[in-house]
Design a protein around this ligand. Sequence first.
Ligand code: CO
Length: 177
Amino acid sequence: MIREIVTYPNPILRKKSQDVTVFDKELHTLLDDMYETMLHESGVGLAAIQVGVDKNVLIINLPIEDEDDPNCGKQLKENLIEAINPVITHKDGAQVFNEGCLSVPGFHAEITRAKHIVVEYHNRDGQKQKMECEGFLAVAWQHEMEHLSGHVFIENLSYLKRKKFEKEWKRQLKNKN
Ligand code: CO
């Protein structure tokens, strides 16, 4: 089922998510709904809080970047990452990516994050997983985990850029209503 995406500045996005303790059908439905919602909105990642559920759950499904791969540009379900209670256990380096977010639709900004990370999490069945990655995938992990801590990527902007964004965002919201 497609769920409604919570958009900025809804205070729900500032909630700190809680760890999942039971890996049951309700969790699986949440994950399935998040996947459906993310694809419907043409996103590459989604945190549970973005559909109003304050649980430490996120999904990431990046399109294939390898140009020699016949599926280049496609988001294959076999590459879907479902992460429960993720923790970044190591990070180093720095990289800048132009990020967007389904909760801040239409806005993009360059954000600096760690280049290389190691993350530990559980899959939908509660089994422990560990992933080491860099590049866009590392960016996606950090972006989604920021949502779980109650933050949105625009909070990383410099004071002036943030001010400019808020002004522009207010104008957009006014035009929509
Ligand atoms: Co986001």
